[in-house]
Write a protein that binds this ligand. Structure first.
Ligand code: FAD
Ligand code: UDP
Length: 368
């Protein structure tokens, strides 16, 4: 087959769509393919009962980087949604992230001094100089009570592994603050696209040729030589035919329900932090956009072990998988005319703004 495009982009998620957008802006010819029957990757929303349902889990955009914020807002305006999920531990409700509201709910402490005394006492009772895993990291940051009620159960069901077998960095994603502030994120900018995430993807891919329902590996002969360069955003190990072995992922099952009530739980997300409840959270989608619809749509999120029939949602960044990913990354350096990017191809626990940032940086280098 003759070369028809400057770039073939495998995957229409945020990485692929951002790169495609920049390439088109530079006058390059681009074809995007995706094996799913819709574009957008994991930020895709389906409209049900007039509500934008986040089909692959709740997505809240947040960033400290004004360039990235301005970039996404140039395609769609974002609302002022602030993520303030609630934790339900065996019927008791707690504010997240860990803040003065949470401490009052746990211990009735009213001042930062009182809360710090309790947390520091719990940390001192079990001193950990250099945390080697998630459990040790959590205990050394927040002490025993918060760890046992709000972290251990959620984490172990989310990852299907003991907290002692998980890397410490995962828990550093959650803020600990001594103010009455339930904002889950510390970033300066936060919100949801008004009208849903599909508007962001539609904007990024405006005027770009996209073919859906096409698996790059099923039609390699057709697509491998269709462009001068490939931007690959699929799984890293799959690209190399799993030659060094399989990387592991964590998968999820989503159970969506339409309910005949206008407000089911009063929050976009309630996390179930005990180990016994089989789902990690219930998401009520209308709250992302302050919806006033008569009905509501909720989603229960069940963590699952990944196999080749399931979607690979989270890379598992433990030592075994990190070592394997590093070996694949050496192979990737030898590939001519292929750029690997995004959560799957870099095997990285990336947020949306980080994926966009990485795609913009690569596009700048590549297209200058
Ligand atoms: P993806 O969105 O996974 O896109 C990759 C695309 O490539 C997919 O469409 C896939 O079908 C396609 N593809 C793969 N292989 C092939 C192939 N062989 N042939 C053709 N197409 C292929 N980030 C935040 O910032 N805030 C949040 O609140 C947040 N919540 C999240 C919640 C969950 C449950 C999950 C799983 C992630 C969350 N994220 C969040 C992260 C966010 O989803 C990612 O950072 C971002 O969507 C990754 O974009 P991507 O383009 O790298 O990958
Ligand atoms: N976490 C927790 N309790 C909660 C929420 C999160 O222990 O109520 C832990 C859990 O280990 C999770 C990590 O914090 O994997 C990061 O949480 P975040 O909400 O950032 O996860 P995401 O779903 O965005 O990956």
């Amino acid at each position: 087959m003759s070369i028809k495009y400057d770039y073939l982009i495998v995957g229409s998620g945020l990485f692929g769509a951002t790169f495609a957008n920049r390439a088109k802006a530079q006058g390059k010819t681009v074809l995007v393919i995706d094996k799913r029957n819709h574009q957008g990757g994991n930020i895709y929303c389906e409209n049900i009962e007039g509500i934008n349902v986040h089909k692959y889990g709740p997505h809240i955009f947040h960033t400290n980087d004004k360039t990235i914020w301005d970039f996404v807002n140039s395609f769609v305006e974002f609302n002022r949604f602030t993520y303030t999920p609630v934790a339900n531990y065996k019927g008791e409700l707690y504010s997240l992230p860990f803040n003065m509201n949470t401490f009052y709910q746990l211990w009735k402490t009213k001042t930062p001094k009182e809360a710090k005394e309790i947390i520091h006492k719990q940390i001192a009772e079990n001193p950990i100089a250099s945390p080697r895993n998630l459990e040790e990291q959590a205990l050394s940051l927040v002490g025993k009570d918060i760890y046992e009620k709000l972290i251990k159960g959620y984490t172990e069901k989310q990852w299907g592994r003991k907290a002692t077998e998980l890397p410490a960095f995962i828990i550093k994603r959650l803020p600990l603050r001594y103010t009455f502030d339930n904002n889950y994120f510390n970033d300066k900018y936060q919100g949801i696209p008004i009208g849903g995430y599909n508007k962001l993807i539609d904007g990024l891919l405006d005027g770009i040729e996209v073919k859906l329902g096409i698996d790059f590996f099923a039609g390699q002969d057709t697509y491998r030589n269709i462009a001068n360069k490939i931007i690959y955003t699929g799984k890293l190990d799959e690209y190399f035919g799993y030659s060094l072995g399989h990387l592991q992922y964590r998968s999820l099952a989503f159970e969506h329900q339409i309910l005949n009530t206008d407000n089911y739980q009063g929050s976009a997300a309630v996390n179930y932090t005990d180990y016994e409840t089989p789902y990690t959270r219930i998401v009520e989608h209308k709250h992302f956009e302050f919806g006033k619809q008569e009905k509501t749509v909720i989603t229960k999120e069940f963590p699952l072990e990944w196999d080749s029939e399931k979607e690979p949602y989270y890379p598992i960044n433990d030592t075994r998988n990190e070592d394997l990913a590093n070996q694949y990354k050496k192979l990737k350096e030898l590939e001519q005319n292929v750029i690997f990017g995004g959560r799957l191809a870099e095997y990285k626990y990336y947020d949306m703004h980080q994926v966009i940032g990485a795609a913009l940086a690569i596009a700048k280098k590549e297209l200058q």
